[in-house]
Structure formats: structure tokens, C-alpha cells
Design a protein around this ligand. Sequence first.
Ligand SMILES: [Zn+2]
Length: 250
Amino acid sequence: MENKIENEKYLVVSLHDVSPAFAPELKEICQELEIQKIEKKNFLIIPCYQGMLDISRDDYFLGWLHSQIKEGNEPVQHGHQHTLRRYNSAREYFFSLCQGFISRQCAEFRNLKKEKARKKIRAGKKILRRAGINCRGFIPPWWAMSPETNQILKEEGFNYSASLFHLMDYLKDLKIKSEVIFSSQGWSDYWLRAYDFALVKMWSKRNNLVRIALHPFDIHRESSFLFLLKIIKDLKKNRTLTTYLNYLKR
Ligand SMILES: [Zn+2]
């Protein structure tokens, strides 16, 4: 039995930026995944996108989201507002621009100190609780967070988090190597496809867990979406499709 578990390989598909702001795109992606029989997913939920779209106040969207969770999709807290914090100095602003070049200005937990991180994590959690959603995992926007945020997540009782290159199991105190495969917008998407291709062909072979991230904008770029879909279908032939929580509990 132990050997079987050792040899088994897994695949986690995440749907990012779950918020009423992207409802049409999210529903279209889910319909497509359903057709392809890619059923179990992680839903990375933004509690209050841009500080304006509080998920607990949108009954129509919440109804859809709860039905998705009931079907076995696992909710994950995806930050709080999915935006960068305000800047205290010109220097901070300059660095945020450099970071924003790759993270599209959404890495809200990248620079946060302890108390600010705690406040935002709790604010997001409160909204999700009000919406009737209990998340055991927290994945920050752009998979980016300060070391202080990582510490606070453990203190706040989350079971896991993830960066671009690792899944962090807080309960077992493990850092599991697993790069994320995702697409981008514009010219950088072509570079990413080469990277994704290399990941799947070479690097992912050694990984027990492969992670694929889908974003609402993917549906607007047919070739990117089809590329990701093909990767998922290929990987699914030899890997068990699961969610983060089930993977960590195995
Ligand atoms: Zn995001």
C-alpha cells in the first residue's frame, strides 16, 4: 500500500480569481472543464476584489459558487482584495512598479509586515465566513508573500499555502516542490508556453504533484486556453486529479 502511494502521481487544477468581477469567464471555463471531464478543482476566491466586490453580498454568484463546492471543488482563500497596498514612499512605489511588471500589480501580500498581513488575512476570512465558505488553504495573489505572511498563515490555522515553486504543508511542516504551469497575456505568453512545455516534458516527471492554474482571462485567448487544456488532458492520463486538501490528506 505504501509503495502504491509513493508511486502514484497527482495533478491539481486551480481556477484563480474567483469573484463576481469575472463571473462570465469563470462559468465558461467551468463548462468547458466539465465537458472535458476535469471535475475536481481548487477555487481561489477573492473575498473582496479591489475593495469593492464583497463576495458575501452577491447572492446570485454565491449560489453558483456553493453548488460548485458541493460538487467536490475545494475553496481556497485568495488574498483579500487582490490589489497592491498603498505606498508610503516614492521608493516603495518604484519597487512596486518593478514587481508589477511581472505580477500585474496584484501581489498584495508580497511586502506586508506582520500585523498588516494578519489584518488582511482576517478581513478576507471574515467575508468568506459570512458567505458560508470555510477555506483550509490560503494562496496569495501571484503566489507571492512576505516571510511574515507565511508565519501568520500558520498562526491563523491554515493547513497549507503555495508559492510559484512549492506547496507548503503547515500541518506536517513540509515544503513540497511543485512548479505552477499557467498562461499569461501578450508577448510573455509565448515565453511561458515554452516554459510550460519544458515543465511538462522534463521537470514535471520528477514531481509527485503537478499544478495547473487557470485565470479568467485565459478564456479570451483561445490558443492559450486550448494549450492549457491539452496539458491537463495529457497529464490526467497518468496522474490522479485531486484537490490540495485531498492531496495533503492522502
Ligand atoms: Zn489572482
